[in-house]
Design a protein. Structure first.
Length: 94
């Protein structure tokens, strides 16, 4: 897991469009709650043309929150969006 890289410069990468889904999974792996919790919550900026909206959203969550809060927000947003599950179990997460 990345614990220090906050900005990634990819301005001159010609083949980046094929890799956006990989970046999306790195920043917020939605396969299960554990995977989302263990996703990258450190990276805050990707300097490139055409960064997809979902990746921009993950980067904003990372930038303005602690790693713990970023994980919590991503879990709540992507696993409990419809409110079908009991989310109070995350209130004491640190």
């Amino acid at each position: 897991n990345n614990t220090s890289l906050k900005i990634l410069y990819l301005d001159r990468n010609q083949h980046l469009s094929r890799g956006w889904s990989a970046f999306s999974d790195i920043l917020c792996n939605k396969s299960c709650i554990d995977a989302t919790f263990n996703s990258n919550h450190t990276l805050q900026e990707i300097s490139a043309t055409g960064v997809p909206v979902d990746i921009c959203n993950y980067l904003v969550i990372n930038e303005y929150n602690s790693k713990e809060e970023a994980a919590r927000q991503k879990i709540l947003q992507y696993h409990f969006f419809h409110g079908h599950d009991n989310i109070h179990v995350f209130s004491d997460m640190e």
